[in-house]
Structures are given as structure tokens and as C-alpha cells.
Design a protein around this ligand. Sequence first.
Ligand code: UDP
Length: 235
Amino acid sequence: MSKKRILLKVTGEIFLAKDGTPTSENVLSLIRQMKELGDAFQFGVVIGGGNFFRGSQHGSKMGVRPSVGHQIGMLATMMNGLMLKDFAEQNDLSAELLCAMPSPEIGKPISQQTINGSLSKGELLIFTGGTGNPFFTTDTTAILRALQIQADEVWKGTSIDGIYTADPKIDPTAQKIERISFQDAIEKRLGIMDLTAYAMAEQHDETIRIFDIFAPDALLKAAQDPHFGSTIFKG
Ligand code: UDP
């Protein structure tokens, strides 16, 4: 039986504890879960950089020009990728680090051939450097890499347990939505992903699950329970 292929997008905030200090607890839990699921699932991970730097947020606050801010954000994802790979290897999960911004000392450049090689070796693929271009997001990167690894599903691990009618951290009347089409998500302006990511995912019929990556055993639950989190699908 061939393994189900998942592109997992995780925020860089997995490296932060609730009080904002660095922690390896979440990443070690994710690695344990990916190993547990290893017989049935193969993962590619797109890692964010928000624990260090977000182009639009931190860049504009600092006053660096937008394209430079985004470059710094992409470099942040590479630092997180290095940590993820190191923790994976320390726990006997073989992994390949792929960089969209050429950095031979850090990881391999991204090509379809490199991706296919890693997939056939059963390695965990860690995609860093976003798309390599400013003004894109790691959400869009996730869809792009999902297409490259021919993922069956995209899992977006975030700090909210699914899609809501409004931001549940701000609006207490916000309702959770279990399933929604790309069209409805766009029309209702549910800001879960950026429009470029939606457009690509819809065009290529890539289903996206969104769930709380900080929930205990989140990956195991996502693997076992199709109702865990929320799903965006092509209507
Ligand atoms: N980024 C970019 N191009 C890409 C992907 C990411 O310029 O293709 C930059 C962008 O500035 C973003 C930062 O990298 O803010 C870090 O990624 P993200 O904000 O998605 O991190 P997360 O919030 O998921 O930790």
C-alpha cells in the first residue's frame, strides 16, 4: 500500500513556548508523531519563520524596505528548518533540508529531481526559504510544494483549532466551520490563508485541513479523524 502523502505547513511559532521563550517541546512532539505515522504517511514540511521575523509585520515596524523584510523572513524559515532537521536526526528520522534561497552550506537547492530523490528514500522533506521570492507567503509555498510532492492533502498547523466565521480570539460569537469550499471561504473573506494560496489550491484541487498544531497529538488526530479541524475543498 502506498503511503498517504501530506504537506504539513507549520508556523515558526512551534519553537516558542506560551511565554514567548524558545522551546523544543512542540517540535519534538511533532517528530514523535511523524515517526508513529511513518508506516502509513510520508510528510513534507513547509516551515514558517514567524518566531523570528515576519516581513510585513516586523519589517515595517523596523523600517526596512518591504522586499528586504521579506528576505529576512525567508532566512528565518531556514533557521527553523535547520532546527527541525537537527531534531529529526537526533530522533532517528532521516530528513533532507531544501532551501529556496541557494545556501549550499545549509541545504540542497530545490529541484523536482532532488524532491523525487528524497521521496523515494522515504525522507522527511523540509522546505525552507518560502518560494524564494518576496511578497509571497509560506501558505502559498505550502500549496506549491504540495503540488511538487504530489500531496494527497495539505495540513495547515496553526494556533486556532479550525476555521471560524470571525476571529475567535476577538469575537466570542464566532462559529466554527467544519467544511467550506474555496469559493465560500474567499467570498466570506475568511482570512485563513492568502488569496494566492486559495487560488492555487483550488485550481489544482488540493484539499486543505486546518487545525491546532499545539493540541496534544494533533497529527495523530488529523490522521485518524477526518473531522479534526476544518477542511477547505473544491466545491
Ligand atoms: N516569505 C516571503 N516569501 C515566501 C514565503 C515567506 O517573503 O515565499 C517571508 C514573509 O515575509 C513571511 C516570512 O517569510 O512573513 C515568514 O513566514 P511566515 O510569516 O509565513 O511565518 P509563520 O507565521 O508561518 O511562522
